[in-house]
Unconditional design. Structure first.
Length: 605
């Protein structure tokens, strides 16, 4: 049954989509809450302008905790043919349906959400990412149906695919730094616990680990990397881990500040808060997610303020550690209150609020770690009055601190090296990418210029690949590219040889210190291996062959490396023109010869 109000709401806004743009945030979406569950795509597509749409109050929809499904709409006017990635940058949403319509007809439909296994996503990203195709001069309607038991926020952006990859890499670096800092501090304080056997360090480590897992869940990294096949666990992981960190910080505060020594009342309040966190952990396993999340937000907000005033009271009472605690907790409190108010819909969504808890936490844990070290120094100074060995103990502790700092630095460097290595790989085939190949070719060209040794390039292109994509789908095409990458890698054996994805369905092999005939032999091995038997996709043979161009030369200083690439590419197109599924060699005389083992050897000028 179609939902048809007496008076339609505001018109659906139109966004002019520039085909050359890198990023287009979808702001001011209109929405309608389907409280009765009566709306479906057919009813909306028939006459979307007659629905009682509600204009958004901010740039990004932020509706707090609302269990009913909500439909969002926006029109797009495309100025050119393009493919864009629609990214919903809020991983905790339960169900996200995206429809792309043109003239009332559904062109694309995607179903996603964190209630489905991670592998069901069209694009393997921690955010919800959907590829949309637009034609020039056409108007489209984007409809999104979102339903979640938690906070409903919808930061949506249309990205150029290359720009999106760059953006996600930058975000991943920040997340890696955050995770590395917390893990290093957790490991350091665990070692301190084993050294001094003070449970304050143990509770601090429990707080760091549980809060890190909560943030990983919130940012979608836990679902992507830790439990991708367990959406049921992912559903309650967020309140579970946040409640665990809430409980751990309560027990840590009670032990670290020695609250009972200063006030019995504050001691009882802090312990009650900690046990409330334990209770919420149990509730997260049995109660509905939305109810548990609401309880957790209220409890953590009240508890955070409670801990802040407890620290202020102990500071007033003369605790030497309370000033560190109050300053650290102020930083944490600011970030998390902003975040909780955003989740509750009290303040509008802002990307800064999403990262405010992480920034506040990093500063807080660094201050806590400093305070813990300062606490050690206080205890040492007390022991110095009774024993002369305190100086030796202090020196040992300083050396241990330097060692842990060095370990943390090495961990961060290892994380950076891993990110750098990832940036050199092609995401689909796991071969080296074109940027890496271009750099390697420039290096080898310079070296061969000095050594006067031949260098060879083999260009490989899948035949009729567009037909394979059109007939069998892009998933089959992707699998074919991975298969071609595997064959090329298997046939190139030397350590210095490089196999890379050059672009689209084209691959390239760099063979240092290789003559033309040797490179042709390698190329023919690759071609014959692929042509030997039909490639199988879901039990169906795929007519997969390749055309190959080979060129080689001894570099000299008067010759540019583009010469080698150009002639290898021309040889490749000569192979295409000669009928495909063959290897053509560029000769110094300017002619192209076909390898003798190729089928149907026609004459080619």
């Amino acid at each position: 049954m179609m939902f048809a109000p007496a008076m339609a709401g505001p018109p659906i806004p139109v966004l002019q989509l520039d085909s050359a743009g890198d990023e287009a945030p979808l702001r001011h979406l209109v929405h309608i809450v389907d409280a009765e569950g009566e709306l479906d795509i057919g009813a909306i597509a028939a006459n979307p302008e007659q629905l009682d749409w509600v204009a958004g109050t901010g740039e990004t929809p932020s509706m707090g905790i609302i269990p009913d499904p909500v439909w969002f709409a926006l029109r797009l006017d495309s100025s050119g043919d393009s493919r864009r990635l629609l990214a919903v940058s809020y991983p905790p949403l339960d169900h996200v349906d995206v429809y792309l319509l043109r003239q009332g007809r559904v062109l694309q439909h995607f179903v996603s959400g964190d209630q489905l296994p991670f592998e069901s996503r069209t694009i393997g990203s921690r955010d919800f990412v959907f590829p949309l195709d637009f034609a020039a001069g056409a108007e489209y309607l984007i409809l999104m149906r979102v339903q979640t038991t938690g906070a409903l926020q919808l930061p949506v952006t249309l990205w150029d695919p290359d720009r999106f990859i760059e953006h996600t890499q930058h975000e991943l670096v920040l997340q890696v730094l955050f995770i590395g800092i917390l893990l290093a501090l957790a490991a350091y304080n665990m070692l301190l616990y084993f050294a001094v056997r003070d449970r304050a360090y143990l509770w601090y480590v429990a707080y760091l680990v549980s809060y890190l897992l909560a943030q990983a869940t919130l940012q979608g990294l836990g679902f992507q990397y830790l439990w991708p096949a367990a959406p049921a666990f992912n559903h309650f992981a967020l309140p579970f881990f946040f409640a665990a960190s809430f409980a751990a910080v309560g027990f840590f505060t009670h032990r670290f500040l020695n609250v009972k020594h200063y006030s019995e009342v504050w001691s009882a309040l802090v312990l009650a808060m900690a046990w409330a966190g334990v209770t919420i952990i149990a509730m997260s396993l049995v109660l509905p997610y939305g109810l548990t999340l609401s309880i957790m937000i209220v409890a953590t907000s009240i508890g955070s303020v409670l801990l802040f005033f407890c620290g202020c009271y102990l500071w007033w009472k003369g605790s030497a550690l309370a000033p560190f605690y109050v300053v650290a907790w102020t930083l944490f409190l600011t970030g998390n209150l902003q975040y909780n108010l955003s989740k509750a819909g009290i303040v509008p969504y802002n990307a800064i609020y999403e990262y405010a808890p992480q920034f506040g936490t990093v500063l807080q844990v660094l201050l806590f770690s400093f305070a813990l070290a300062y606490r050690i120094n206080l205890e040492r100074r007390q022991r110095e009055q009774a024993q002369e060995q305190a100086l030796v103990i202090q020196r040992q502790a300083n050396e241990e601190l330097e060692l842990r700092v060095e370990e943390r630095t090495n961990e961060l460097k290892a994380a950076y090296d891993k990110v750098k290595q990832f940036s050199q790989l092609d995401g689909l085939t796991q071969l080296k990418n074109r940027a890496y190949f271009d750099q390697a070719l420039e290096t080898e060209w310079s070296r061969h210029t000095r050594d006067t040794v031949s260098i060879a390039v083999v260009m490989i292109d899948a035949d009729n690949f567009k037909d394979i994509n059109d007939m069998l789908g892009h998933l089959c095409g992707d699998d074919c590219l991975r298969y071609l990458a595997g064959v090329c890698s298997d046939k190139v054996h030397r350590a210095g040889d490089i196999v890379a994805r050059y672009g689209g369905e084209e691959f390239v092999v760099l063979l240092p210190a290789t003559e033309l005939e040797g490179a042709a032999a390698v190329a023919e091995e690759i071609r014959s291996e692929i042509a030997a038997a039909p490639y199988q996709w879901n039990g169906q043979p795929v007519p997969l062959t390749v055309s190959i161009g080979v060129a080689a030369c001894i570099p000299d200083r008067q010759q540019a490396l583009e010469w080698l690439l150009r002639h290898a590419d021309e040889a490749l197109y000569a192979a295409k023109a000669a009928g495909r599924n063959r290897t053509m060699i560029y000769r110094p005389s300017g002619c192209y010869d076909e390898c003798q083992s190729c089928p149907e050897k026609p004459e080619f000028p």
